[in-house]
Unconditional design. Sequence first.
Lengths: 444, 415
Amino acid sequence: MGDGVTAVTADVAAPPARIRTPAEVRRARYIGFSYLVMAALALWFGTLSVGNGDARLGLARPTDPSFPDLVFNASALAFVVAVLLAVAGGVQLSRGFGRWQNAVLGVAIVLVVFAFLGWATAQSGIGSFSFIGMLNEMVVRSVPITVGALAGVLCERVAVINIAIEGQLLGGAFVAVLVASLLSSPDDALFLGAPIGGWIGVGAAMLAGALLAWFLAVLAVRYRVDQIIVGVVINIFVLGLTSFLTVRVLAANAHLNQGPIFKPLSVPLLSDIPVIGPVVFQHNFFVFAMFGLVILLTFGLFRTRWGLRSRAVGEHPKAADTLGVDVYRMRYLNVLLGGLVAGLGGAFFTLGSVGRFDENMTNGRGFIALAAMIFGRWHPVGALSAGLVFGFAEALRQKLGILQTPIPSEFLAMAPFLATILVVAGLVGRARPPAADGQPYVKE
Amino acid sequence: MSDQSDDRAEPPIPPGGPPEVEEPPPPGVGRRLFEELTGVGVDWRTALLVPALAIFSALVVGGIIIFVTDIDLWRDFSGDTVSNTLGEVRDAFTALFTGSFGSLRALSETLTSTAPLILAGLSVAIGFQAGLFNIGTEGQILIGGMAAAYVGFALDLPIVLHLPVVILAAIIGGGIWGGIPGFLRARTGAHEVITTIMLNSIAIFLVDYLLTNSLFQVEGRQDPISQTVDTSARFPRLLGFLDRSDLRVHLGIFVALLFAYAVYWLLYKSTIGFEFRAVGANPHAARYAGMSVTFLYVAVMAIAGALGGLAGSMQINGVLYRATPGFSANIGFDAISLALLGRSHPAGVAVAGLLFGALRAGGQEMQVASNVAIDLIFVIQALVVVFIAAPALIRAIYRVKTGEGAGQLTKGWAT
């Protein structure tokens, strides 16, 4: 993902200096100003927290072995953060951080979030809240977003735009609970936290996702229908059909809408690590599946023949074709794989969380997944990071309700979408899709 | 661009400005009128055949879905249950028809739903004509509707002034919300499909926020419902003289038709409309011919947004009289199907709008009269679009000749 800037050697004595394009200079300036804005925000949190005392962020759940809480003075931390950010802004505007630019930006955002949490906790009167609970919530909520984004990555790496992630998630959620309810009863033996019927439900959800993906592939690859239109149509179709079936079938037959909920599993040893253990290694199957898929796809896309061919088809299908890669076959294959992955993400909504289906229960998560895919720059690890960031925003939104902060939670809910617009507009960083994305291929 | 029934095919534009459009040999009067109204060239029988067969096929599939989802049939498959289920399918379709055209009330309901659908469909269609995919109509409806609602209850004006001001507010609100993605596309290359999807979600949360804010909320209430708009800010009911509260059809349907004509005029009779279509056919050629692509993208999206915003005011000031969460009722997503069915032509959009309005009104009746949820009509609409977009399917099923499909309407987001 280089940005195409050539390194130019200046003097013999001086190290090679990169000449920055006007767009990069502008971006660096935007980032510099955003540091100053963040510094002002931290300063504001600081002045608001004066006299409110300490904030206590819990790092262990009541069931975990005891671990000290994170205690700090809310206003002091905010003032320190404000100073640090002001300095960072000055450096960014004058000299720049060079290759550390994004890392510094990440740290800065984390600092502002802490300043904010400190103020929110201190002002609530309770003075403490379970930080670990929120991190746990973040990981859980990131599952459908990340898995949906991975499905998008699989499709778009072979240049098929998949707007239908939302529909695939919703379809998967419905089929999973229907099949699992039919094939399981409460006293079945559990296998890795779920009865066999639950596992069959997950498989059925993946097949449902693949069926919708097959539909997308046939229309987009074979009939060369506009991919965005097919995606929109699949979304409308699945929303209509699942809502229709919920009213017609599930409402009158409650036993068909009572799926088993997958029980949490603990990884031996690793789950005993304080803080990280409960956050990463004590979850149900879907969370581990998410981490596994990220590793698998990163390896697959960048270290295997399949991955190289996929990326070639997405960047330059004609060249790939000339070298003997079957473009159509790769596109069918990857879109179907994407469908399997999205179906798995869909099953999370029912079997991985509440155990029952409700109309439109994905509620736009597929679009957040699309945003996460773009935000993560079409890379599996990027998708996971974006998924965690968006999951954090969702978890924070829920906790703010408990802390009763005067900040309306709707603005926090908008944040992922706003961030995505900023990224695609190139104001902060630049997201570059595969070169042939969305273009049908006509074999000569 | 080889599509014979696609009206976006423009003659290549040589440098030095748009040339005179070459006149085809004079056809018969009937065909000329048809072409004039729809922009469809040459084989107009196939042009009508595909939509008709698409709608028919979608309804058949809808019937099959009702049939196979009857749970009684699955428990006990016998002659009785089959005939029961067939009866249910028949009842559902009867209700779908009587609920849309079967009575004065049904007709009134159909036209009430048609008005915002036409405007929203125009919003998507004008984008398609200029090569832009406006998925953001839903958000534009929400923002335009909120602007119209606010002006509707906050200002105190006589009716001759109040309603025009409401319409203007909806146009400005929606226009700004639509103009943002246009600006971003023109200046930064950010693809409008991504930005409009994101702006839809932002609009939903913005409405949630505003409805619990003292600016909009009824004083002393907790639920997210706005204040009621003044009587002077409502679209007058057309059948008000009959003094029946169930005849909700309002002036909006004429406003919608007026705007359909205005969009037709703009696209096919004005210079700027020619430029819209030129930039849709080939932005590079348009730029080479001296047109400002930046201006055109912003203008197209702002107009599209304005039309969406107006659709929002139809919901607020014509039907609900106050803003509630989800007042857009998915109209913005139906609009995409609608624009495709109407082949992105204002006349086609108006006819398709009537069809979708009838489905919505009939769907309500169907839900009440039989055990079939209104969501079925969204399935039917999605199927219609599948058949329209991929006429190869129609060709295969009915063994008829058809033109090519919608083809590639937008460019992928790799710019």
